[in-house]
Design a protein around this ligand. Structure first.
Ligand code: IFM
Length: 452
């Protein structure tokens, strides 16, 4: 792509890059930060592929000023990051001013470079001391206290705030599949966690709005596009079940519809966690919705008793259609499927009364190494270009998409994959912390400048 399509011009379209606290900050035992469930999870043998953790990560806690300079140098005018709950709230629920001060200094740097902050309150690093995490209804109320505290201390400097990032991952990867913190494997628990996360979202919005009315408030989801492996009715139903879980568990509470009965049936003894009046709390008016898109999935009828509880079995992309030689995967093994961006956004806008959309994450794992000082991440360049074309087409067809954030600014701690998967447009040498702009960074920079 030599030039940006007119409708993605930074003059009237928001261009940014994204990160999250646990993935880049490090400094996990500094400034009074309390432990998070991800610190605990990383300490359990076998949980993280390369046995790494987030103690240092990209050392952004110390290097934030240089990182903001880097964002400015790449031509971005918007930056999406998350605030670490564990850094700003003490175990007794009081404010940790050292943590607030860190984010305040980060905001000073962004202001200095005229970069608009786009903050997320919860990107998975839940304080460990919150007993039973998202299985405890009280955690939703603690989240509202935390949201109120950020509104009071930093709110007038934050024009756009999302409550949660990808609550599906917290609930289902964390409490059903057990591959994310806190590592539980219980279907009914995951549905309860999903409910409490959405309750937290609603209470958080209420707490923030009662203090500040001007902030643009929303949530970030990673909606699913799931295709059936075959046209057999069992596979078609399985794909639908995966979409109910991934989409309806979150969109129903946001727009005050009841969960589909097939999901309610899976809650068993946890059904009573859903209390009368909860849907009125969760369905707060939204100023925006953030959508993260990376790939699609393929499902077939459940092939094990565990999967039968869920209603589907996922089929890995390389196993789905071995005869399809055109299928390309990123280094993490996810199918490159740009058409999915169009399909999933169209599905959502046709079925739900969405507020304006921001694509809050899109990017690829491309582990191309640095050779002679440069990193030619051609797969990532092509991936970004193909998805920009799809987004431009959606906008041309009338979809209200107002911004695009590339994931991610930096190579960082990729959760259960540790540092083995690189999503950054800037390479990080985790031994020396040296940052090197990749070819994708130069491509984006050139695109942004070509339209200024
Ligand atoms: O790194 C994650 C991010 O934290 C949330 N969205 C998906 C990214 C890639 O897996």
């Amino acid at each position: 792509m030599k030039k940006l399509p007119q409708n993605l011009s930074p003059k009237h379209f928001e261009w940014g890059c994204a990160t999250s606290s646990f993935q880049i900050e490090g400094g996990n035992f500094e400034g009074g930060r309390v432990a998070s469930i991800w610190d605990d999870f990383c300490a359990q043998p076998g949980r993280i592929k390369d046995a790494s953790d987030g103690t240092v990560a990209c050392d952004h806690f110390h290097r934030y000023a240089d990182d903001v300079k880097l964002i400015a140098d790449l031509g971005f005018k918007h930056y999406r990051f998350s605030i670490a709950w564990a850094r700003v709230v003490n175990a007794d629920n009081s404010v940790n001013m050292a943590g607030i001060d860190f984010y305040s200094r980060l905001l000073d740097e962004l202001e200095k470079h005229r970069i608009t902050p786009n903050a997320t309150l919860f990107h998975w690093d839940l304080p460990s001391h919150l007993e039973d995490g998202w299985l405890n209804r009280d955690t939703a109320y603690r989240f509202a206290d935390y949201a109120a505290l950020i509104a009071e201390h930093l709110g007038d400097r934050l024009p756009r705030v999302a409550t949660l990032n990808e609550p599906w991952c917290s609930a289902f990867l964390g409490y059903d599949l057990g591959v994310f913190a806190p590592g539980h494997t219980n279907r009914t628990s995951s549905l309860s966690a999903a409910h409490h996360l959405m309750l937290a979202h609603g209470l958080g919005i209420q707490a923030w709005r009662s203090r500040l009315s001007k902030t643009s408030l929303g949530i970030v989801l990673n909606p699913e596009l799931c295709d059936p492996l075959t046209s057999q009715p069992e596979d078609v139903q399985a794909a639908k079940m995966a979409e109910y879980e991934r989409n309806d568990s979150f969109l129903n509470p946001l727009f005050a519809r009841e969960w589909p009965s097939v999901l309610l049936d899976q809650m068993g003894s946890r059904l009573s966690d859903r209390q009368a009046g909860d849907l009125e709390i969760t369905a707060q008016p939204l100023d925006f919705i953030g959508l993260n898109y990376y790939t699609r999935s393929i499902a077939k009828a459940p092939s094990s008793p565990e999967d039968a509880k869920r209603g589907y079995t996922f089929v890995p992309p390389d196993a789905a259609d071995a005869t399809d030689t055109t299928k390309q995967l990123t280094d993490i093994g996810w199918e490159i499927y740009p058409e999915g961006l169009k399909r999933v956004v169209n599905n959502l806008t046709q079925n739900w009364p969405l507020p304006p959309i921001w694509i809050t994450e899109n990017g690829a794992a491309d582990n191309t190494p640095v050779v002679n000082g440069s990193c030619d991440d051609d797969l990532r360049c092509a991936y970004i270009e193909q998805h920009l074309n799809k987004m431009s087409a959606l906008i041309a067809e009338g979809t209200d998409i107002r911004g695009y954030y590339v994931w991610s600014l930096l190579d960082n701690f990729e959760w259960a994959h540790g540092y083995s998967q690189r999503f950054g447009i800037v390479h990080v040498d985790f031994e020396t912390q040296v940052r090197i702009q990749k070819k994708s960074a130069s491509m984006i920079k050139a695109l942004l400048i070509s339209r200024l």
